[in-house]
Write a protein that binds this ligand. Structure first.
Ligand code: SAH
Ligand code: SF4
Ligand code: F3S
Length: 446
């Protein structure tokens, strides 16, 4: 009988892909995945540290795991990911968990699991300058076998002052592009129709062939080149990517997007703030004007490009004017959608050492709500602008609300629904937009 592993994943898409890597590594030593914690021999949480409430949620889950272990003392409980890296042996206090493994330690998991005995927890949180798990075929966790995450790099070399990621994920490293293309080909041959290339800053992807590599000696591959290599696999394979960094995205990337129809016209383009004072304090390497100019360039080279963003309200010292600058930027750009957050101080970051977290919670919340309200209106305008257009959509399945309708995303990432009795999951369908809600395009077959 195979042993069973249950895994919960928090945080970003890269963490989801890491869980898939973990499942693959554990499968190699006879573990099979279960979605029922009650039958698991090994319970894992792959965790996120990005904001305090992300960590709070995981602490709540550890309490639940502990109850399970009370019932079945043989169960092994492990914490993976960014919280494991950030909190290290603090997670072992009170002997609640048996295993703590940081993001670069997953190859050690089989040995660690085997070594766990009562009162003998295992910890491995060493970060690596080279680990990319490039030879591991992830065990996909998506439900419909349609869209696969492929990590193209790990870590981050930026030093945004609010951000914990460089500490939890370590230095940036780019994965061998030939293994990326091979993985994309492999999922395409298994029926997948979409790949998402993932990195904290995909625009700084740069692979240099090892000097002793006979096939590719002297070669280097940029993100634009990688994008093209993946796009060329098949016109039937859609390519998405995330995240783009405003000062690093090149025109070459934009031209590649424009050139290949299967590279989706959507850019996730986190701005963080519309105020130059805040951007400087955040150590983002661009100004408001630079950002606006890049948006203009995107819309020039990739017409109809979907644009989404991330923003932080109430960063250290943010004045009412800084906040107004963020609002006015949202009004100018009109994002399709945004992830909007109140600033959460993270221990160990530059901001936590250098600046006071001085915006009262109620002010943060009020400013965040103002951004959310404005973005709701701007997004709705963007959705309504699609009325009358014909879009190519990848069918994801029946629509949640109306089962005789299908749903799927357009290249620009907007969700479409339309009545349809003939197509099925994984088909490409042309639809015409006839109406819009703030987050869905109402369509008919074109
Ligand atoms: N690499 C991506 C972001 C990864 S983190 C980038 O550079 O854009 C995802 C988002 O979480 C960030 O874009 C930011 O908006 C938010 N975030 C990061 N640290 C935060 C903090 N301390 N408080 C609130 N939001 C934060
Ligand atoms: Fe964090 Fe900045 Fe790196 Fe994004 S680019 S992961 S916000 S340090
Ligand atoms: Fe969270 Fe780590 Fe991703 S902090 S957002 S899981 S890189």
């Amino acid at each position: 009988m195979n042993k069973k592993v249950y895994i919960e994943t928090y945080g970003c898409q890269m963490n989801v892909n890491d869980s898939e890597v973990v499942l693959s590594i554990l499968q190699g030593v006879g573990y099979e995945r279960t979605t029922d914690m009650g039958e698991a021999d090994l319970i894992l949480a792959n965790t996120c540290s990005i904001r305090e409430n992300a960590e709070q949620r995981v602490h709540g889950r550890i309490d639940v795991f502990r109850l399970e272990k009370k019932k079945r003392p043989g169960v092994i409980i492990g914490i993976l990911g960014c919280m494991a890296e950030r909190l290290k042996d603090k997670l072992l206090e009170g002997r609640i968990v048996d295993l703590v493994a940081g993001p670069d330690a997953y190859r050690s998991l089989p040995a660690m699991v085997a070594a766990v005995t009562p009162g003998n927890p295992q910890i491995e949180v060493q970060l690596s300058r080279t680990e990319t798990y490039d030879d591991i075929t992830p065990v996909r966790m998506d439900h419909n076998g349609l869209s696969a995450y492929i990590s193209i790099m790990r870590g981050c070399n930026n030093c945004c002052s609010y951000c914990v990621v460089p500490y939890t994920r370590g230095a940036e490293r780019s994965r061998d592009p030939y293994t990326i293309v091979a993985e994309a080909r492999d999922v395409f041959s298994k029926g997948y129709k979409e790949v998402s290339l993932l990195g904290q800053n995909v625009d700084s992807y740069l692979w240099k062939a090892p000097e002793d590599c006979p096939e590719h000696a002297g070669e280097s591959v940029s993100f634009a080149q990688l994008l093209e290599m993946v796009a060329l696999i098949s016109p039937e394979l859609r390519v998405r990517f995330s995240t783009s960094y405003p000062s690093d995205i090149t025109d070459e990337v934009l031209f590649t997007m424009a050139k290949y129809e299967n590279v989706c016209n959507h850019i996730h383009f986190p701005v963080q703030s519309g105020s130059d004072v805040m951007l400087e304090k955040m150590r983002r390497k661009y100004t408001r004007q630079w950002y606006l100019d890049r948006v203009a360039r995107i819309r020039e080279i990739v017409p109809d490009c979907g644009l989404t963003t991330d923003v932080i309200a109430g960063f250290c010292g943010e004045s009412e004017q800084d906040h107004q600058d963020t609002l006015s930027l949202f009004e100018l750009v009109k994002f399709d959608a945004a992830f909007m957050f109140a600033y959460s101080e993270r221990p160990g970051t530059l901001a936590s050492k250098k600046y006071e977290d001085d915006i009262p919670q109620d002010v943060k919340t009020r400013r965040l709500n103002e951004i959310i309200e404005l973005q709701g209106r701007m997004g709705f305008i963007r959705y309504k602008e699609q009325i009358g257009k014909t879009l190519k959509v990848l069918v994801e399945g029946p629509s949640k609300k109306t089962p005789d309708e299908l749903c799927g995303r357009a290249g620009n990432y907007m969700m479409c629904v339309w009545p349809d009795k003939t197509h099925k999951v994984g088909d490409y369908v042309e639809v015409t937009v006839i109406d819009a809600t703030p987050a869905t395009l109402i369509c008919k077959l074109a």
